[in-house]
Design a protein around this ligand. Structure first.
Ligand SMILES: [Zn+2]
Ligand SMILES: [Zn+2]
Length: 307
């Protein structure tokens, strides 16, 4: 599982940064990529990666500001010619997304050769895709903006083969049958499968924010607690808290201090204002703790399995 930031700018693009687009690479787990927000030049960025548009089957829009969606119609159109034919795609986002996209396609007479389903979500929505659940929480921005919490389901621990052999069960297809049932019978004795399993493999949790002021509430903190990775906006890097607040955005130190007790393993800050010179940003990064990254375009981070 990887996070791949393909657009790390706030509002306006710069020469080095395009507007927001984030890939949650689930190829090893689900054989697909989740795409969160589709800034204007997303498809151009994609051309420099090995990501196939036909493997993007679920898109999550945090909010309807242009720097998060203006790349969507273009990408959807191109996907039709890049192996996407007949491959269904689902898009989740706030109310208004369906009207905007439908109108855009009607006016431009765009016809896609694959089915698209648009699901308008709200605070508290739950989405389930294979072994991943996604919880939605409204943030604090000047239009409705969402946090998506991606959580892998926990998995059963590994079978204790030695223990099974001890009671006389030889390796074979029976092992997977045992693992998939709660109890099993051998030589007339009923066994509890849990006694033959290692510790539960905890699912990873990744929290990806839309634009927002730093949020403080118990419900929100519970969603973020013990996350393996939090992706948060930091339109401001330089202690301008009041300015960040008045523009409905965040300042990086503010977010880190508010969330200091949440035991988040790693932070990625993105949505960086183009008024910061790249040289300033690279010097600034050196002042941050080791579990905090500031993204650039093509920034990639591996979210390792829990030990
Ligand atoms: Zn934005
Ligand atoms: Zn915004």
């Amino acid at each position: 599982m990887y996070i791949n930031i393909l657009g790390s700018a706030a509002g306006l693009p710069s020469k080095k940064r395009h507007t927001q687009a984030i890939i949650l690479d689930m190829v090893d787990e689900l054989n697909e990529y989740f795409l969160i927000d589709v800034g204007e030049a997303f498809q151009h960025r994609l051309l420099n990666t090995s990501i196939k548009p036909s493997k993007i089957n679920h898109i999550f829009i945090t909010h309807l500001h242009g720097d998060h969606i203006y790349g969507l119609p273009g990408f959807l159109s191109s996907r039709a010619h890049q192996g996407g034919e007949g491959k269904p795609l689902k898009i989740y986002g706030p109310k208004g997304l369906s009207e905007w996209l439908t109108t855009t396609f009607q006016v431009s007479e765009t016809i896609l050769n694959y089915p698209v389903e648009i699901v308008e979500i709200e605070d508290g929505s739950f989405i389930s895709i294979k072994d991943v659940t996604i919880e939605v929480k409204t943030l604090d921005h000047n239009i409705e903006s969402f946090l998506y919490v991606f959580k892998e389901n926990d998995q059963k621990g590994a079978l204790n083969v030695l223990k099974l052999k001890e009671i006389g069960i030889r390796p074979g297809p029976i092992y997977s049958e045992i693992k998939n049932s709660d109890t099993f019978v051998h030589d007339g004795v009923i066994y509890d499968t849990n006694d033959f399993l290692g510790p539960v493999i905890k699912g990873r949790k990744v929290c990806i924010h839309g634009d927002t002021r730093p949020l403080q509430s118990e419900v929100y903190f519970d969603l973020l607690k013990d996350a393996d990775c939090v992706v948060h906006e930091a339109t401001f890097l330089d202690h301008e808290y009041e300015k960040a607040y008045s523009y409905y955005h965040s300042e990086i130190h503010d977010v880190l201090s508010i969330q200091k007790d949440l035991r988040v393993k790693h932070y990625i800050f993105t949505h960086i204002s183009n008024r910061y010179e790249e040289e300033f940003i690279s010097n600034f990064i050196k002042t941050l703790p080791s579990n905090v990254s500031v993204a650039h375009d093509y920034f990639k981070y591996e979210i390792a399995r829990k030990k």
